[in-house]
Design a protein around this ligand. Sequence first.
Ligand SMILES: Cc1ncc(COP(=O)(O)O)c(C=O)c1O
Length: 464
Amino acid sequence: MSDNIQDFSDLAALQEADRRHHLHPFTDPQALVSAPPFIVDNAKGVFIEGQNIRVLDAMAGLGCVNIGYGRKEMADVASAMMQKLSYYHSFAAVSNPPAAALCEKLASLAPGDLNKVFFANSGSEANESVIKLVHMYWQLKGQADKRIFISRDFAYHGSTIAASALNGLTAMHSPFGIETSGSVEHVTAPFWYRFGGELSPNDFGIQAAKSIEDKILELGPDNVAAFIGEPIQGTLGAIIPPDSYWPEVERICRKYNVLLVADEVVTGFGRTGTWFAQEKFGFQADIMTLAKGLSSGYQPISAVIINDDIASVVTEKPEVLQHGFTTSAHPVAAAVALKNIEIIEREGLVERVAGEIGTYFAEIIGALSDHPLVGEVRICGLCCGIELAKNKATREQYPYEFSLCNHVSQAAIGQRIIVRPGGNVVMMFPPLIIEKSEIDMLAKGLRIALDHVYGMLVAEGMAG
Ligand SMILES: Cc1ncc(COP(=O)(O)O)c(C=O)c1O
């Protein structure tokens, strides 16, 4: 390879360098033994490209590239800000123009009295910051025993230690010896398709919310600090709750004086057809976390927005907030986030998801529910989970060991489409700028991929 570190022309050398030296997140290292890493080197709109392959990215990266890839005006803003103020910190009452403007903008967009913003760099850090702010709030209120967080099965709130403990995925606890007992309790996810049995979705939504009330009563309301949830559980199945769920969760939290935290890291910035999914599902959180769509992945930036009550409690005493990051409120990231929001507003992307494009997506992708391998297609805005099932009537699943979703996503790559497997669900969270013709391409490619996997099951005599 050339001595010039910016010379990226030798693909084989880059793959080898990466294979030797890159410890990849959420990657089975064996996958890199059998095949080199796939090197993505450019992206535009809804397409990513690498190794001479161009693929429609129906996952918007990791559900983050809301405005699509490769926008010049985003690059221009980053470049201009980098030349003007490449960095300065926000500790000790210092700020910078884009950070000041961004927190005001976020307060104006956020529902209710979510008005005060703490900046971090990732969704994990935002949720980690929530845990500290909530502990601080209850201590200052003289209720220091209120320390337990209630979260849910299948939840994903990040990968730092405390955020991992919030996750409802034991696979993320055991390799690191992360203990949840005493700090986080998990309750039922509002996952009607899997756990709703004979109940109607709305009756099941009430039952799933009641599992929170039961847990609060079991632990004692004086020990419960907060309930945290993603309005739609994205990471493992695009779990779209029944309409009855969130208003009931809010009622329960209010009744027992438990703070309600909405992790809108995925659902924020238009993905469900409203700026934030709280508006869609009809509830108001006390704290909201944001990342991903805040900058559409153009820069690492995240935010915690707290309501007026929490803000007044945590700021009332002349004591230094013992929390923060070197790059909190980074001027370049803040400028990029502001431009991202400007684009979402200017192009009416939220309205687009609520209107024509969301409706088209629901119609065209929803039609895949007639496929013999598909039990249900769940869609809310541009969040989609295609649940594979062995028996449509009983909602019986194929065994996880069949890895059917992995096979579907592999076959989809053959059709030049990226979707994400999660358990028995094929997920899509495409950029909000996706066009009708691209949705057609998705539906067509996915049907071929589903046919392929179903054909394999039939050939082996294992189809439901
Ligand atoms: C709902 C939710 N919260 C938090 C996170 C963690 O965000 P990050 O990967 O930026 O730390 C994610 C990431 O996928 C997420 O989906």
